[in-house]
Ligand binder design. Structure first.
Ligand SMILES: [Zn+2]
Length: 74
């Protein structure tokens, strides 16, 4: 009976760790499957993943140089 309780506690800890720390492998697989959000540069119109874009308010730029060009021209 003592061992059953111990096994139960071990399984509970393993389950708790799985819940609190999802495996990075699963996250990587899901991020590979999900399509990336593509945005257009407000200066030159080139499309690039949103995570790689330079954010300036609601506008997106392909580079800091284009952000400076656009903001300088306004
Ligand atoms: Zn650009």
């Amino acid at each position: 009976m003592k061992y059953l309780i111990l096994i139960g506690v071990v399984f509970a800890v393993i389950w708790w760790i799985k819940l609190s720390r999802p495996s990075s492998r699963a996250q990587r697989e899901s991020s590979d499957d999900s399509p990336q959000t593509m945005v257009a540069c407000a200066q030159c119109g080139v499309h690039l993943p949103e995570q790689d874009a330079v954010h300036a308010g609601s506008a997106r730029y392909c580079s800091q140089a284009h952000r400076a060009l656009k903001e300088g021209s306004v």
